[in-house]
Write a protein that binds this ligand. Structure first.
Ligand SMILES: CC(=O)N[C@H]1[C@@H](OP(=O)(O)OP(=O)(O)OC[C@H]2O[C@@H](n3ccc(=O)[nH]c3=O)[C@H](O)[C@@H]2O)O[C@H](CO)[C@@H](O)[C@@H]1O[C@H](C)C(=O)N[C@@H](C)C(=O)N[C@H](CCC(=O)O)C(=O)O
Ligand SMILES: Nc1ncnc2c1ncn2[C@@H]1O[C@H](COP(=O)(O)OP(=O)(O)OP(=O)(O)O)[C@@H](O)[C@H]1O
Ligand SMILES: N[C@H](CCC[C@H](N)C(=O)O)C(=O)O
Ligand SMILES: [Mg+2]
Length: 487
């Protein structure tokens, strides 16, 4: 594409060099650069893209989008475009380069602290009955033909627009997508035209990144100004109510869901079982009965969001009911590890206080014996949630084993010490086993028939990040190993 066309809608402060050149690819990372490309220099949290411009030239970049003036030899041989904010300008360029794919692709975005992966998984299973669907989220990216593992929940704008364009090429009509608060804050989705936006809930997480909960909510709220068909909001959540107040006068219609308040989509007569939930559904035009083969009150909320979106997309309720009844669930979310010892072993992705409390409450509903919880907190992430999770684990379990979960560049013992600040030390119902494998072995070894072993925090992850190295580690595999060892 001609550079001129690529930078069409940018607010340019200064441009030096030829605009009439062909650009074959666009990059924000010098490591991926190929010849005749445009390199976008971003000032990040740990590095500054401007430092890599000479390296980018060696690899064949011809044009540069910059914020700071650059001093290099033979500068006149290249084109430099200076803008106020390269990260923001990148979203416009990315969308231009891939011919604005979300003008055609219907993107259904979900934001909120918990429930995003669950909702897009259910929604994809339902919509796939009638349409070809792509999806983008924590577990993987599906471009309609192949699935690749995700690096982040919501990719950087260039990658995102490339995936959208691939989905169109593969004849997808919809994309179900998780929209993280980081992506809204860092403009990764700035130039995406969303069709429907959904809000799940907002609870303590990521306060290492966002100033406070209000700042965190404001980031999430940005999604609802980017939608054209509808916004769907959980108004049982106080932050959901606030968002509703702020967006109710927009042109995009708002629909609400909830259990405890008068909402457009409501659940009543809820019954929670060990292997699923039942409820009566009330919509603006009809009522029906819903059974979902995934346990937990949070499943009621997640499926209310799914049902609301399906309703607005005119999917027949019979299809929705059938898919929810027979769903295979969501990988690493309340996933049951079958065994012949009479214990219920669950691998779950709860890595926030609210999620941990929810899964433990759900287990309490059906446990015959004890609840033994294994969990840790991630390094280089929100520190404030650590003691809260410690307290929640101890209060809602009979035995708590505190261990490691992606320590990243932090010292595992120090993370555990933060968790211990929330633990009542005079009780003897907790233990620290830093090695996660040993912790899981111990929990399963001590469990008796009727007990629940809740292995929380990593869900689908098949790695443990220590320092900056990713080692293979899979809670499910270790749980199976633990069962085998006892034979
Ligand atoms: C805080 C954060 O989100 N950081 C993201 C951000 O990094 P950054 O802008 O700070 O980048 P940087 O490392 O300082 O580098 C600056 C620039 O120099 C470039 N560079 C750097 C080195 C080099 O050799 N050459 C080069 O060109 C980099 O590509 C970048 O453009 O942009 C990068 C490129 O997109 C992301 O990979 C990176 O995500 C990091 C790895 C991350 O861990 N993010 C997490 C916190 C995150 O985004 N999580 C959310 C929510 C998760 C949830 O669901 O709860 C998510 O959407 O995944
Ligand atoms: N609606 C909900 N409310 C509270 N907790 C939930 C909800 N749905 C799921 N959970 C719990 O939160 C965990 C994470 O769920 P899920 O992966 O769907 O959330 P997510 O929003 O995609 O998380 P992430 O931000 O890490 O991608 C689940 O394993 C479950 O324990
Ligand atoms: N998307 C979340 C996932 C956290 C999962 C947990 N296992 C951890 O590493 O803290 C994050 O990157 O903050
Ligand atoms: Mg997710």
């Amino acid at each position: 594409m001609k550079l001129d066309k690529l930078i069409e809608k940018l607010d340019i402060l200064e441009i030096n060099g030829n605009r009439d050149i062909d650009i074959s690819s666009i990059h924000y990372d010098s490591k991926s650069i190929t010849t005749d490309s445009l390199f976008i220099a971003i000032k990040g949290y740990s590095s500054d893209g401007h430092k890599y411009i000479e390296n980018a030239i060696k690899k064949g970049a011809k044009a540069f989008l910059i914020e700071d003036d650059v001093n290099i030899d033979n500068k006149e041989e290249y084109t430099f475009i200076k803008v106020e904010d390269t990260r923001n300008a990148m979203t416009i360029i990315a969308s231009n380069f891939y011919n604005n794919p979300t003008n055609k692709l219907e993107v259904l975005g979900v934001t909120g602290t918990n429930g995003k992966t669950s909702i897009i998984t259910f929604l994809k299973q339902i919509l796939s009955e009638k349409y070809k669907i792509g999806s983008i989220g924590t577990i993987n990216i599906d471009d309609g033909k192949k699935q690749i593992m995700s690096k982040n929940t919501t990719p950087e704008s260039i990658d995102l627009q490339k995936y959208f364009s691939k989905m169109l090429e593969n004849e997808c009509e919809f994309c179900t997508m998780e929209v993280s608060s980081h992506s809204l804050y860092l403009d990764r989705v700035e130039n995406v035209n969303f069709s429907i936006g959904m809000f799940t809930n907002l609870t303590e997480d990521h306060l290492d990144f966002h100033k406070d909960l209000d700042d965190y909510r404001k980031a999430k709220e940005k999604l609802f100004y980017k939608t054209s068909k509808a916004n769907i909001i959980n108004i049982d959540d106080v932050h959901g109510k606030k968002i509703l107040d702020n967006i109710k006068d927009l042109d995009t219609p708002v629909y609400t869901y909830g259990i405890n308040c008068e909402a457009d989509f409501m659940a009543s007569d809820i019954k929670l079982y060990a292997n699923g939930v039942y409820y009566k559904l009330h919509t603006p035009t009809y009522s029906d009965e819903i059974y979902v083969s995934v346990p937990g009150k949070f499943t009621v909320y997640n499926t209310l969001a799914v049902i609301s979106a399906s309703y607005l997309l005119n999917i027949e309720i019979d299809i929705v009911k059938e898919k929810l009844k027979n769903t295979i669930g969501v990988r690493g979310r309340f996933e049951n590890i079958p065994n012949d010892r009479g214990i219920t072993i669950i691998v779950d992705y709860a890595h926030t206080p609210d999620a941990l409390e929810n899964v433990l409450n759900t287990a309490r509903e059906f446990v015959g014996g004890k609840i033994i919880t294994v969990f840790g907190c991630g390094g280089d992430r929100d520190k404030a949630k650590r003691p809260i999770m410690g307290k929640i684990a101890q209060q809602n379990s009979d035995i708590t084993i505190i261990t490691s979960d992606n320590p990243r560049t932090e010292i595992p013992k120090l993370i555990i010490n933060d968790v211990l600040k929330g633990i009542e030390m005079n009780k003897d119902n907790y233990a620290v086993i830093e090695d996660r494998k040993e912790a899981i072995y111990k929990a399963i070894e001590m469990a008796e028939a009727g007990d629940v072993v809740m292995i929380a925090g990593k869900g689908h992850e098949d790695y443990q990040i220590v320092g900056s190295t990713k080692h293979h580690f899979d809670d499910k595999e270790i749980a199976y190993e633990a069962i085998q060892r006892l034979k």
